[in-house]
Design a protein around this ligand. Structure first.
Ligand code: 5AD
Ligand code: SF4
Length: 481
């Protein structure tokens, strides 16, 4: 199975088209000398949060009169929004920077910037390497982009990697990048305080902070007005969303926010990512169960099935506690899909630990999973205190066993859908045939079916007739007379 989206190593190329706001170009020309005709090209790697951040970046640049191009050759500024989660994610970005260098040889005024997690991790080191990069901007400094572009344009070192305790970009209206205008990401918090021992995110994205609920609901309302039908609420650990200080009369937690969103926008479907197994309360599960427009899918990263390894990972739960939460999901939300993230070959992982991961996967019966080999990240607790002592061969073999098992669990999960009817939100035309559409069930499974009169944004009841390794295939449920 291929990894996709969340922090995966394959990249998501965000194709963003920009229309300048009616009154913005002139002001922009004042703000950014000689840049009103400039064009930005942006490539986004890594997680959904990076996709969401790129939408913020395009919005900030747009407000300052910098247009957008999807053609790299037409760009005056190239930004690459980067991921540091595994070493091969960073390797891929170095490869891209080499490609940009070739373009720069032909076009000396071109500015190349690295933004996101790799900018935060490597800081000025990125500016030192053979003039590959002109700008380095961390995830909390995007408001400084226009002035840093100016600085870089005059040949100065342009860098801002300061992390913030407050920045949530709450007031910025992201420029949406999707073509079908059906589903969108809305960031509800930034950063992470969990410090799982293998993970670089708390260092690159800083402390956890929640976004003002009013601005979240306003953004959802704008999407609703534009005809969007699905919102994914994003955060590194959405279950620890909190709004309101100690004195506040009204406090809001994640289940409260989710409830408000689903009640205020009944025509919209809600998803969220990611949930930490330690924080997934019965209260949240009941909120999901009580609202049909909150999707029946939870992404609950287990990472390992061995309590000993989970402790070394600093995950804050044991195998038993994790399985207790899976049991609660099955009890409170029947028919809920569960997906996970698994890391193969973490420090000191034995064959017994690995077998426990396989057996946890079977017990949980995951519908799908993102699976990775452990990759040591500099300066994390695991890198400082533990030995990366599982050989590459063993990591590969264990990962292959995990992937194979998940293949059969995913097939089982699809087989169980045969003959059942699901409400599918149509996202677009199938790649294989103009006469077929594709969409997703509430459980986040992709379904392909004959188009009929339907169009993206419609909800259609589809009865599942067969399945391939990647998708369910179905027909529209016959409506009785
Ligand atoms: N090595 C391998 N996988 C990692 N992840 C996070 N850090 C690492 C690492 N150092 C995985 C975890 C996490 C997902 C986003 O990426 O499974 O849930
Ligand atoms: Fe990384 Fe753990 Fe935070 Fe997820 S919860 S971003 S794995 S530190």
């Amino acid at each position: 199975m291929r990894n996709s989206c969340k922090f995966a190593d394959n990249y998501i190329l965000a194709n963003m088209s920009l229309k300048p706001k009616d009154n913005s170009p002139l002001q922009a020309a004042d703000l950014l000398n000689n840049t009103s005709n400039r064009k930005l090209y942006i490539e986004t790697y890594g997680c959904q949060m990076n996709v969401s951040d790129s939408e913020v970046v395009v919005s900030i640049m747009q407000e300052n009169g910098v247009g957008y191009t999807s053609e790299i050759e037409k760009a005056d500024i190239i930004l690459v929004n980067t991921c540091s989660i595994r070493e091969n994610a960073e390797q891929r970005i170095w490869g891209r920077l080499d490609v940009f260098r070739q373009i720069k040889k032909r076009k000396p005024d071109l500015l190349v910037g690295v933004i996101g997690c790799m900018a935060e991790r490597l800081k000025e080191k990125l500016l030192e390497k053979e003039k590959l990069v002109d700008l380095v901007i961390g995830p909390d400094a995007y408001r400084e982009l226009p002035s840093l572009v100016e600085e870089a344009g005059t040949g100065q070192r342009a860098i801002n990697v300061l992390l913030s305790r407050e920045e949530t970009y709450a007031d910025i209206s992201p420029v949406r990048t999707d073509k079908n205008r059906v589903s969108a990401f809305v960031a509800i918090m930034r950063g992470c305080n969990n410090f799982c021992s293998y993970c670089v995110v708390p260092y690159t994205r800083g402390e956890e902070r929640s976004r003002n609920p009013e601005s979240i609901l306003r953004e959802i309302g704008e999407l609703d007005e534009k005809g969007y039908r699905e919102v994914t609420l994003l955060g590194q650990n959405v279950n620890s969303y909190r709004w309101g200080n100690r004195e506040a009369t009204e406090k809001l937690d994640f289940s409260g926010l989710l409830e408000k969103a689903s009640v205020n926008y009944p025509g919209m479907r809600f998803r969220f990512s990611t949930s930490h197994p330690r924080d997934i309360s019965d209260k949240l599960l009941n909120t999901i169960a009580n609202h049909s427009n909150i999707c029946r899918h939870l992404h609950l990263p287990a990472q390992s099935g061995s309590s000993r390894i989970l402790k070394l990972m600093n995950r804050g739960y044991s195998r038993e506690q994790y399985l207790d939460r899976v049991g609660a999901i099955r009890r409170i939300i029947p028919g809920c899909a569960i997906s996970t993230d698994i890391i193969a070959g973490f420090c000191s992982e034995s064959e017994t630990d690995h077998k426990q991961t396989l057996s946890l996967m079977e017990e949980a019966g995951y519908d799908f999973a993102f699976m990775f080999k452990y990759s040591e990240r500099p300066d994390t607790d695991a890198a400082k205190k533990l030995k990366d002592d599982v050989s590459e061969e063993v990591k590969t073999r264990r990962l292959n066993e995990i992937i194979e098992l998940q293949g059969s669990l995913s097939a089982k999960s699809k087989e169980a859908d045969l003959g059942k009817t699901f409400e599918v939100l149509v996202e677009g035309t199938s790649k294989k045939s103009q006469r077929e559409l594709y969409g997703r069930t509430s459980q986040n499974k992709v379904v392909v079916f004959p188009a009929g009169d339907h169009k993206p944004g419609d909800y259609v009841n589809i009865s599942v007739t067969r399945f391939t390794p990647a998708t369910l295939i179905g027909v529209q449920e016959a409506t009785g007379t």
